[in-house]
Ligand binder design. Sequence first.
Ligand SMILES: *Cc1c(COP(=O)(O)O)cnc(C)c1O
Length: 445
Amino acid sequence: MTTSAAAALPLSHMLPLTAGVSSEGHLTLGGCDALDLVREFGTPLYVYDVRTLRAQCEGYLKAFRDEHADTDVLYASKAFLNRPFAKFIADQGLGFDAVSGGEIAVLRAAGVRMDTVYFHGNNKGPEELALAVEAGVGRIVIDNLTEVALVEAAARAAGRTQGVLVRVSPGVDAHTHEKTTTGILDSKFGVPIVTGAAEATIRAILEAAHLDFRGLHMHLGSPIFELEPYVMGIEVMAAFIADVCRDRLGVEVREFSPGGGFAVAYLGEQHPPAMAAYAGAILGTLRREADARGFALPHVTIEPGRSIVGRAGVALYTAGARKEVPGIRTFVSVDGGMADNIRPAMYGSKYEALSAERPLATAEETVTIAGKYCESGDILIKDIDLPRLRVGEVVAIPTAGAYQLAMSSNYNLAYKPAVVFVEDGRARLIRRRETAADLMALDVD
Ligand SMILES: *Cc1c(COP(=O)(O)O)cnc(C)c1O
């Protein structure tokens, strides 16, 4: 198939790297005509462009290792995970951040090396912790004082010494949505420095026989479009490393994670910082602070989730019913919505859309793209300028790769969509669409 330069496409800076236009004028992804994909796999369909995924993985490894060779990249599994996806990410040389026993089980089944898995969460249960320790996860990131005893108990029971980090809340506002800011004092995540909880937690770890204190972690929220929150957070953490960990507790911080949260563009006008800019700000600040305060640069792990998978994913829907309320609004409903993408309803997230059939067509009207589920709040995009969509026309929503399927539900007993990998003109199904039998599989009559 011939695909013309992606530069001709609107929104090309936020579509997958391989996005193009076929000789018929259709949107192509990974060399596949989007309409062919829809004919084969149906809609709603989630398409992941393999080349974009690879570029993101390689890009983070390179950008951060160029600044500090002793850096590892952990993919934040919660952004999207299934077995083949985990295997793909591991093959790119990334480790994983997992936040539940379920994620650990999938990573394990995918054959991921368990020492590359870091286990997070503000309320890990005893069973999850036992599973994590027994599976041999590389680090457990302790989130609160309560957890110290739980992790110690799990490690003792398994007859192991467990390497741990402590998630510290540096008290920095990342200027993102209230529901996704995590580094402020008033957050359920992490132990605050100013209350003394961080110091008390590390003290308890140092006294625990089966815990090996390795270092500190912070995660400020997501998506973070600015570099300053990272700089400020690392300055706070560096002072804590020197003044509290070293000078008061006499313990070295050998490992440090600034978390994830790197932004992606959801709207045409958004231009998030480049990976190299995040890497420069984060590692430049860490190096400067380490030099100034006289501690060795620790091993660094970063945890990008959204920015690995966001841009690689495109959601394809079929347009259906049209409702015009003169003088008020025109609704065009698609065959998906909040069951596969809760983000607009939950965070007020905004998106772009284009016709997969006519991606180059000029806008003719302002419409609201509605989902098909039984909630008035099930609106995917409010007021977007598009060509007049026909019934049956395929609509593409870019930047669909992160936190959409991962948060998807069976609301209205919707079937969760199929997922395909596309590369070099070939599509590979990595998750089939759910069926009625799947929906009833757990029922006990
Ligand atoms: C969610 C999360 C991440 C990933 O955030 P992204 O915005 O997807 O990069 C990283 N670390 C921790 C601890 C998280 O909870």
